[in-house]
Write a protein that binds this ligand. Structure first.
Ligand SMILES: Nc1ncnc2c1ncn2[C@@H]1O[C@H](COP(=O)(O)OP(=O)(O)O)[C@@H](O)[C@H]1O
Ligand SMILES: [Mg+2]
Length: 243
């Protein structure tokens, strides 16, 4: 089992957007994935409820922030969305099971400061300090080619945390969030520019999954390129624009 948690103390930093996209990416590769929502707002849970059956399946898991337990047995991969202000004992419990923690970071010095505090706390935890749980950060609502993109990259270097990519500010993401979609649910040729921004993260996820011990008898031990069946009606980019 691979557990990936999305953490940042700051609300609105893009945790749910990142969590839903990570889960959707894994599902698009034919992986059995569960999206757990520790957040009281339950954005990821709502997103999951909006997801139609034609899209790659993601299992849901509602968890209480204060009663976080070990992910259910038999699940292949778990993506955990967490609330703003998530720290202390709750963060420690999640880290006990997590193989990787992703920190979404938006632009601006205060946002980086919030991410830095999260990072500081994470590094005091044994599984992070020993490297058993990996860290990565993702720029959210930032154009990677701009000064904000460079500032984030430099910040990540000073923090010695892998910077896995930068997602620009685009209406497509808020629409995806409102409709149970992700950029990975569209044919690649329709969303090529968006998908490019995810390449660093998806490569990192592929490596993370291929390094995880395979569950006995599991169908897919490694990620595979899977094309959606022709019967799968995916929303077109025009539909996304119109929606
Ligand atoms: N790249 C993006 N472009 C446009 N809107 C975005 C993007 N990323 C996130 N958002 C929007 O920003 C808001 C906060 O993001 P969200 O993922 O809910 O953050 P958090 O879970 O950390 O509170 C949401 O309305 C979401 O749709
Ligand atoms: Mg959220």
């Amino acid at each position: 089992m691979t557990v990936i948690a999305i953490v940042n103390r700051k609300g609105g930093s893009g945790k749910s957007t990142l969590a839903t996209h990570v889960a959707a990416y894994l599902a698009s590769r034919g992986q059995e994935v569960m999206l757990g929502d520790v957040d009281r707002q339950q954005s990821s849970r709502l997103w999951l409820n909006l997801r139609t059956q034609q899209l790659p399946k993601i299992h849901g898991w509602s968890i209480d922030e204060n009663n976080f337990a070990r992910p259910p047995a038999g699940v292949k991969h778990v993506v955990l969305d967490t609330p703003g202000g998530f720290h202390g004992f709750n963060l420690m419990k999640v880290t006990m099971y997590a193989d990787a923690i992703l920190i979404p970071v938006t632009s601006g010095v205060f946002d980086r400061e919030a991410a830095q505090e999260t990072l500081r706390e994470l590094r005091t935890l044994p599984r992070i300090a020993t490297g058993k749980c990996q860290l990565g950060c993702m720029g959210m609502r930032i154009d990677g080619r701009t000064r904000n993109g460079t500032a984030l990259h430099e910040w990540a270097e000073t923090q010695a945390i892998p910077h896995l990519g930068t997602i620009r500010l685009a209406q497509a993401y808020s629409k995806c969030m409102e409709r149970g979609w992700s950029i990975f649910d569209f044919p690649i040729e329709k969303v090529a520019a968006y998908r490019e921004e995810w390449q660093g993260l998806t490569h990192w996820l592929d490596l993370l999954l291929s390094a995880a011990p395979a569950a006995p008898g599991s169908r897919l031990e490694r990620p595979e390129i899977s094309r959606p069946p022709s019967s799968l009606i995916l929303p077109s980019t025009n539909a996304l624009r119109r929606a």
